[in-house]
Design a protein around this ligand. Structure first.
Ligand code: CTP
Length: 480
């Protein structure tokens, strides 16, 4: 019935030939313990995704098996025992082997922490999130390599389906993080979510309240790092989860029409931009910047009888919205956040350059403000062209090409990308015998503007001369 399965099954057996599996096998046999490799590692063998995280489940004490295994592996293996959880971890070469006794779990409504009892392999498989994550290979004696697949995980892999082993509402209600894991796996693997499983996503959405923002973000980052992140965000929206997690993005949905004038659906546009960026760059933060680039369009949206829909200053408002979103979602509040803010703020500048005339001075200013992030900014700008009008796309792309060339020329000539004014604040203070004061900033900014506007070269002598002239106008004279 499934012609591909047997072939793949035997290929998977090959990956079990690594010596470490035989060592676990002989150790478990000597101790009379039934033992299986289970979960993500098994799934990933079928998907040909190499994985170094091996989960082993033992019918009995996982910790005892781990100790015996550590003794056999010797000094290069590192054992950590978590007695309270009944688990042990061995780090050996590049492998992380998690060994745990089979368990049966029951959940308290207010916590993701289950009440755990010893159980059978079946109990352990029942408590897992998805059929494709519940498969196990036996490691014992002559059953070595035998697949235990009680819920048709192989079939679901074959048909690319995400489905829960039990009633999906029980699985999601027990551990609501799985709601997001479901969307994440569908995005990473490009699988479909089975109908009842999908329905249970939104039915249990209130349960997300007990999942920590850090865990939610971890899953969102995995969605964002996928080849086509939009799949995940559309699914989150369809399952009514997006409005809970990222209301600022959800609000961008839809098209308003007034006097026959509509604007584009900014949600759809945004996701297309994210996918475009994802085709060109693996940088997670540039992808987030793409997701947030038009976030300021909701609060700034106005209708003007003459010009139609406007979103004045949406880049600036968007930049201001970022810290609030980052704080709530537990993103890092560090240079990564400032990078996203900067890209959001500057995202219209290269295109605006084209719309006016591309002057050297405007290019210098852009280079100065973007610094080393100029390449990322240009990438976002190119990704931001999502018009269906081919003529328009061609024109914009060509124009941005011109901006790129101009950026290159000016940078080669003037080196303003990481520009530091050639006269420092200290030198100004020493020259005029000043304590820290406003005038120093004024003089510095006159020099900076003169260089960026091309009035003086980016060189020390010219900058010092301008410092002396500017200071004189401010009534300051040199002390030496
Ligand atoms: N699991 C689960 N419910 C969760 C998390 C994990 O049932 N909320 C089970 C699944 O069987 C999963 C296994 O524990 O395969 C290991 O979990 P984990 O290492 O977190 O995920 P993987 O499935 O291996 O996938 P990834 O590493 O991509 O997160």
């Amino acid at each position: 019935m499934f012609p591909e399965i047997s072939k793949k099954y035997f290929m998977t057996q090959d990956s079990l030939q690594a010596p470490v599996f035989h060592l676990i096998s002989s150790t478990a046999d000597e101790m009379g313990l039934d033992c299986y490799v289970i979960g993500g590692w098994v799934r990933d063998q079928y998907l040909h995704r190499p994985s170094n995280d091996i989960d082993v489940v033992v019918i009995g004490s996982g910790i005892e098996l781990a100790k015996a295994l550590k003794n056999k592996l010797g000094k290069s293996a590192h054992l950590s025992v978590f007695k309270n959880f009944g688990t042990a971890q061995i780090k050996y070469k590049d492998l992380e082997i998690e060994i745990v006794g089979a368990r049966k779990e029951s959940y308290d409504r207010n916590s993701r922490k289950p009440i755990v009892e010893d159980g059978t392999l079946e109990d352990d498989q029942n408590r897992r999130d998805f059929t494709i994550n519940a498969m196990a290979f036996c490691l014992n004696g002559d059953r070595f390599g035998q697949l235990q697949d009680p819920f048709g995980g192989i079939r679901d892999l074959e048909y690319r389906i995400i489905r829960t082993p039990l009633d999906p509402s029980i699985t999601f209600c027990d551990d609501p993080l799985r709601i997001l894991r479901c969307v994440r796996f569908a995005t990473q693997l490009r699988f479909n979510i089975e109908e009842r499983t999908f329905e249970a996503l939104s039915k249990n959405r209130d349960r997300l309240a007990i999942v920590s923002p850090e865990r939610i973000l971890e899953e969102l980052n995995k969605i964002m790092a996928s080849p086509t992140p939009s799949i995940g965000f559309y699914l989150l929206d369809k399952a009514q989860l997006l409005e809970l997690i990222l209301p600022e993005l959800h609000r961008l949905k839809g098209v308003d029409v007034r006097n026959g004038k509509g604007h584009k659906d900014i949600f759809v546009h945004t996701l297309q931009v994210v996918d475009n960026v994802a085709k060109k760059s693996d940088d997670l933060w540039l992808r987030w910047a793409a997701l947030f680039h038009d976030i300021g369009k909701f609060p700034t949206k106005r209708f003007d009888e003459k010009t139609g829909w406007t979103f004045h200053n949406h880049n600036f408002i968007g930049e201001k919205m970022i810290p609030g979103i980052f704080k709530r979602m537990k993103f890092p509040l560090n240079e990564k956040m400032r990078y996203v803010q900067k890209i959001v703020n500057l995202h219209m500048r290269p295109i605006a350059l084209v719309e006016e005339e591309i002057t050297d001075s405007a290019v210098r200013r852009l280079l100065f403000e973007a610094g080393d992030d100029i390449e990322d900014l240009m990438l976002l700008c190119e990704a931001d062209i999502t018009s269906r009008n081919e003529e328009k796309v061609k024109r914009y792309t060509q124009n941005l090409q011109e901006v790129r060339q101009k950026l290159k020329d000016i940078e080669q000539k003037d080196h303003v990308r990481n520009f530091q004014p050639p006269v420092s604040g200290n030198e100004i203070m020493e020259t005029f015998g000043l304590a820290p004061c406003q005038e120093i900033g004024q003089i510095k900014s006159v020099i900076k503007d003169a260089i960026l506007d091309g009035k003086i070269p980016n060189e020390y002598e010219a900058a010092r001369q301008l410092m002396l002239e500017t200071a004189a106008k401010l009534g300051l004279s040199p002390v030496k």
